[in-house]
Design a protein around this ligand. Structure first.
Ligand code: PEP
Ligand code: MG
Length: 854
């Protein structure tokens, strides 16, 4: 099977085999763009290598040699010959992992070819690239630390050697270091050099930073990397040469304007490493106008071809432009949404494509907002860097990646390297003193959706005193700062945050999603304020109003406590009477806000222990209110204690013992409905009974409720209400069909359903679930995303058996997983009527529901 492909033999659809970079180089070659030619060793060859003895097989070597021969023909140059062919060797995984793996430049140089180039070009250039090759090769292939080379260079600089001889001397010393360290000469045979580099790049798939990156980004471990071997072009040949990176649109703000940086007389690595600060690409318009125009045209051609913002690397060699790489550019969530909408308007993509491009996670990030205008007006920035990645962050200054322990931090570094990855992933934001917008820090922050301010020139970091200085202001590690990834501004202290959901494009995407999705999206809302917020995000009703949450407020908690510790029916009824007006008023408010939209009210399911008094003062107060002795109160509290409150006297079991509780609640609901009827509002009410396990249990409670309502309200027929049940126990899933004969609707309570299916306490899972994830026993907590194999299967049994006889039976989900995109997709496939989740997650749910239907 073919393991090596010339660029002209591939195309963009071969990413899995040729890696992202290789597939795009192939595609661009076929589009006729000026691409330095080369060949690609496939990811399959990498996997063979990694799984079989870590050696290059003779077959593979032969295939590589054949391709070198073909490349020699194409370029008219010879590997190790008098017109020497020099190549770069770069990794290229199917999914881009910026900065994670290795690159070697100028391969093909040896003691002979360097002399040829010396004559052809000049000796300073020839030896500078040779020394660079030795340094890269030594570091990547032989693990000799780069610092050692940097030290040699520093020392040599002190000797004041003339420019022509400096690099010749440097090369000599580098070769010396190589020889002393390894007890062997620097390899002279280009083929041998190449094979060693290929091995090193295959192995780099498994280096630590690549592993962490894959873990953070859910990238398959078994993908492997391809290796790209490409003819070198030199941006560091003279001042008519240069190199740059540009995005066809602004990756931080989404504006449709070319955006990037370049350096004159430099190689690409200089930009990525953030060592020299590059110039904005717009500058090229003046210095190299015709190349600038040519580049703009290629940018447009590539963007129209890929229908995506492109991130393009280019090199100019002695006045001739070459494209070295293109890929879909990483962008901030903010820019992602702006661009997707703009591209629909430019007729580049369809609405559906725009929706599919947005990661639901990005919406969360977007909702993190911006600093309030008010605090921006008040505060003077301490300094300003580049707006590396949109968003804002507030946190404590932390100076070392390994010291970032919680998100309440801003990682402040001179520049970041892949070693900082884990700290970056935890911190709220990243601030660097050096590096441009395409430096490691900015690129990685954008891909993480984290706020980053990069390259603040007035920032200095002192790792000895653990202090930083921004301009004249000195700050200690641990002090709070606020950074603004839209403007690049840095502030002292904690700035106030405003939610930035107001961008037009965000609503546009939501509107398109609404018209495409099939599932309804409701909110879990317990208060009128919750309801208002959810509606702003287009919630289509309330999917769960947990009535016990309505009693947490100060003035209500006392009658609630009285009710819980009541010993007699009279006592309980009297405290219920006190609670009823609160309930009724809340429902009136909610009905007024929701109008005809469905409101699902879940009857009391109190975690009793959360309500009970604990401090001596609270106990005193309750005993006084209830006019009982402390001893009596303590005795009653003791009786209420349970070994397993989650499996105890809760949910509808409470109503079997004390039906008066649910009766009061239903009275409050109906009275509220009758009240708003006077305002011409006809609420759509769903009364929901929690934790039902058996048919008779449901029937018993429902009959009591209906009987009571019929007795009390002669015109109840005018009220649009239904009585249904939650499905939150495995047994309930199995009897769903039978229950559906008595219940008007179902809603999956996947919090309890997960708890009871796994037998894992939802309140205690945090203690061990991380280890389950670490060992890949579980990929995600089942409390975050429905476990499709088990819990999902139970849901399926319930849905299928019910809908078989009653295809229109209304079923939703209201557990916390209802806002998780993967769960939403599953619910869509199960044909549920709606998902319900907390207000902030509604936009995510709307988007995910639309994506499920595309
Ligand atoms: C559930 O169990 O999924 C549910 C929504 O109810 P609660 O979280 O209130 O137990
Ligand atoms: Mg529950």
């Amino acid at each position: 099977k073919q393991k090596v492909y010339l660029f002209s033999e591939g195309n963009k659809n071969m990413k899995n085999l040729l890696g992202g970079k290789g597939a795009n180089l192939a595609e661009m070659t076929n589009l006729g763009l000026p691409i330095p030619q080369g060949f690609i060793i496939t990811t399959e060859a990498c996997n063979d290598f990694l799984h079989k003895n870590l050696i290059l097989t003779e077959d593979l070597k032969l295939e590589i040699k054949n391709n070198i021969f073909k490349l020699e023909k194409i370029t008219g140059k010879i590997f190790g010959g008098t017109n020497p062919l020099l190549v770069s060797v770069r990794s290229g995984a199917p999914i881009s992992m910026p900065g994670m793996m290795d690159t070697i430049l100028n391969l093909g140089l040896n003691d002979d070819t360097v002399e040829i180039l010396s004559i052809k070009i000049n000796s300073s250039f020839a030896f500078s690239i040779y020394s660079r090759f030795i340094e890269m090769f030594s570091d990547i292939v032989k693990n000799i630390p780069r610092e050692k080379f940097a030290c040699i260079e520093e020392e040599l600089k002190k000797k004041n050697i003339d420019k022509d001889n400096f690099y010749r001397e440097l090369t000599k010393e580098y070769k010396n270091l190589y020889k002393i360290t390894l007890n062997e000469d620097f390899p002279q045979d280009p083929e041998d050099q190449l094979f060693q580099c290929i091995i090193a790049i295959f192995n780099s798939w498994n280096n630590n930073r690549a592993k962490i990156y894959r873990k953070l980004n859910d990238i398959d471990e078994n993908m492997g990397t391809a290796v790209n071997i490409q003819e070198m072009v030199f941006g560091n040949l003279n001042n008519n040469s240069g190199t740059g990176v540009a995005f066809t649109r602004n990756p931080a703000t989404g504006e449709n304007d070319i955006f990037g940086e370049y350096l004159i007389n430099a190689q690409g690595e200089d930009i990525v490493a953030g060592i020299r600060t590059p110039l904005p690409i717009s500058h090229m318009k003046e210095t190299m106008p015709s190349i600038y125009e040519e580049f703009l045209a290629y940018g447009k051609q590539l963007e129209n071809h890929y229908k995506e913002m492109q991130d393009i690397e280019f090199t100019i060699e002695n006045g001739k432009l070459f494209i070295l790489q293109t890929r879909n550019g990483k962008r901030s969530p903010y820019a992602g949404i702006k661009m997707a909408v703009a591209m629909v308007k430019e007729n580049l993509i369809s609405k559906e494509e725009a929706i599919m491009r947005i990661n639901p996670k990005d919406i969360t990030i977007l909702l993190h907002g911006s600093f309030s205008q008010e605090s921006l007006n008040k505060e003077m920035p301490l300094g300003k860097g580049l707006a590396g990645s949109a968003g804002i962050a507030v946190g404590k200054i932390v100076l070392r990646s390994e010291d970032v322990v919680d998100p309440d931090s801003i990682l402040v570094r001179t520049e970041t390297s892949p070693e900082d990855l884990s700290g970056m992933s935890i911190a709220n934001g990243i601030l660097t003193a050096k590096g441009g917008l395409t430096s490691h820090g900015a690129v990685v922050a954008r891909s993480m959706g984290k706020c980053c301010v990069a390259g603040c020139p007035t920032l200095t970091i002192n790792l000895e005193t653990n202090k930083i200085k921004i301009g004249n202001m000195s700050l200690k590690e641990g002090e709070y700062i606020s950074i603004d990834g839209y403007s690049g501004n840095i502030y002292k202290g904690k700035l106030k945050i405003d939610l930035s959901d107001e961008i037009e494009e965000f609503y546009e995407i939501l509107n398109w999603s609404k018209s495409i999705k099939k599932l309804s999206v409701r909110m879990n809302a317990d208060t009128p304020e919750d309801c208002q917020r959810g509606l702003r995000y287009f919630a289509e009703g309330v999917g769960l109003c947990r009535t016990e949450h309505m009693f947490f407020k100060t003035n209500r908690i006392w009658p609630m406590r009285e009710m819980i510790v009541s010993d007699t029916l009279e006592e309980r009824k009297s405290s219920l009477e006190k609670l009823k007006p609160y309930q009724k008023n809340d429902f009136i408010e909610i009905f007024k806000i929701l109008k005809e939209k469905p409101v699902n009210i879940r009857l009391l399911d109190p975690p009793l222990h959360e309500f009970l008094p604990t401090t001596p003062e609270e106990l005193q107060k309750l005993s006084k209110l209830m006019k009982i002795s402390m001893a009596e109160l303590k005795y009653r509290l003791q009786k209420l204690e349970e070994h397993n409150p989650m499996l105890g006297h809760r949910g509808c079991r409470l109503a079997v013992t004390y039906p008066e509780i649910y009766l009061m609640q239903c009275e409050a609901i109906i009275e509220a409905a009758l009240e708003v009827k006077k305002l011409n509002i006809n609420p759509n009410i769903e009364i929901m009974i929690p934790l039902v396990a058996t048919f008779k249990e449901f029937q018993f409670i429902k009959n009591k409720i209906e009987e009571n309502l019929m007795n009390l309200y002669p015109n109840i027929k005018d009220i649009n209400y239904k009585i249904g049940t939650m499905i939150e126990l495995p047994r309930t899933c199995l009897i769903a069909n039978k229950l559906s004969k008595e219940a008007d609707f179902f809603s999956f309570g996947t919090n309890d359903l997960t708890q009871t299916t796994f037998g894992i306490s939802r309140d205690d899972s945090g203690k061990f679930i991380e280890e389950y994830k670490e060992h890949h026993i579980l990929e995600k907590s089942p409390f975050e995303s429905v476990d499709i194999e088990g819990v999902g299967e139970l849901m399926k049994i319930a849905v299928d058996s019910t809908r078989k006889e009653n295809p229109n039976f209304k079923i939703g989900i209201c557990g916390e997983q209802g806002g998780d995109p993967k769960t939403i997709e599953y619910c869509h496939n199960l044909n549920l009527n709606y998902v319900s989740c907390s207000g902030f997650r509604i936009p995510i749910a709307i988007l995910a529901a639309a994506q499920s239907n595309i």
